[in-house]
Design a protein around this ligand. Sequence first.
Ligand SMILES: [Zn+2]
Length: 163
Amino acid sequence: MSAINDMLAANERFAATYTMGDMPPQPRRKLTIVACMDARIDPAPALGLHPGDAHIIRNAGGRVVEALRSLAISQQLLGTEEVAIIHHTRCGMATFADDDIRGRLRDTLNADADHIAFLPFRDLEQSVRDDLEAYRQSPIVRQDIPVRGFVYEVETGRLREVN
Ligand SMILES: [Zn+2]
């Protein structure tokens, strides 16, 4: 019993009928999405995306600071020209503080993570605004393109913009 073994079996079935081998790497919609890694969010059906359409950069919380490296590559090397930042309701990032995870890392792995910012947040809308600001403050991402922030409601599947 292993989730990875299950994954490998599913991939065998997927590859048996795979036909997208010639797709170009540049996202067709020139769109990059920064979103939380939350397992309840499936961006493709939720946002009408198909393979080849967009870059989706995911991390805990959908935090921009952690995504800047990928955003720069997406824009400079793969031609994306719009950015959507998506945080969501009931996010796990609102359930802990830096000291909680630092303490847990000390207890379970004997690791000193006191220098690491894990970027939890308390106010959901404010976290989106903070990330729009983090984007604006970065010199390595384009400032001449649309950059918009959203909250995805896991309760309804609906996206709402944060201004
Ligand atoms: Zn989340």
